[in-house]
Design a protein around this ligand. Sequence first.
Ligand SMILES: [Fe+2]
Length: 263
Amino acid sequence: MPSHLKTALLAAGAGLYYVKARRERARVERLAAAALESLLNAIDANDPATGAHCRRVAAVSLILADACGLSDQARSSVERVALFHDVGKMHEALFDITHDDHALSAEERQQVKTHPQLGANVVAPLSMFYPDLGAGVLAHHERWDGTGYPRGLRGAEIPLAARIVAVADTFDAITHHRRYDMARSTPDAVEVIFAERGRQFDPDITDAFLSSAVQLQVCAAMQPFPPADAIAASKRQQTPVHTEVPDVAFRWHVAAAGKALSS
Ligand SMILES: [Fe+2]
C-alpha cells in the first residue's frame, strides 16, 4: 500500500477514535449528572426544607465563586458541594434530631456533628466522576482557625469549595427560619460573617461576600425566596409571594435530557 494512503487511513482511524471517545465521554457525563439530579430529587422528596436550603446555599455559593474568579470546573465543584453539603442530615440516625423544633442537648449536638461524614459516605460512590465532592461535603463545617469539625482542618487545608459553602451556609442559616431560630435580617447575617472573618471563614472569601457587588447580587438572587416567616406574613396580608427554590441545577437537566443516552 502506498505510504500516503497508509497515512490517510491512520489519520481517518484516529479521527474516528477521537469522535467515539468524545461521544462516550459525553454519555458518561450525562449519566453522572443524571445520578446527581436523582439524588437531589430524593432530597427534595424526603426533606423539602433541606432541599430548599441546599439550593439557596448553592445560589449564593455560585455568586461567591464568580466573585472569586473561579474557573468553570471549580465553579461546578462548588455548586455540587453546596447542593449536597447537608445530605448527611437525612440519615436515619439524625433525621428526628435535625427536624424537631426543640433545643438540642449536648449529646444531640455531638450526634449532629456526624452529618458531614454521613454525607460524604452518601456521595462516595460518585467519587469516580466528581473526586472533589466527598471532600467538600466532609469539610463544610471546618473553620479557617482550625477549630471546626470533623478533622480540625485549618486555612487552605480546607477545600476551597467547602470554604465558600461555609459562608453561604451561615448566611442562609441566619436569614431563613430553621428549627427554633427565627430568621434574622441580611444586615444581621453580614455582621455575623464579618465578625467571623479569619476565625470561621476564609478572609478573602469573606471580603468577597462583603463587597457591595456581591451583596447586591445575593439580595437580588434571594428576593424570590423569602424566609418562611416572611411567607407566612405575606399570606396573612394576602400579598403574593413566590415560594419556589432556586433551580441552580438547571444545566444538569439540559445535560441529562438533551440527547438520548443511546445516541
Ligand atoms: Fe451542615
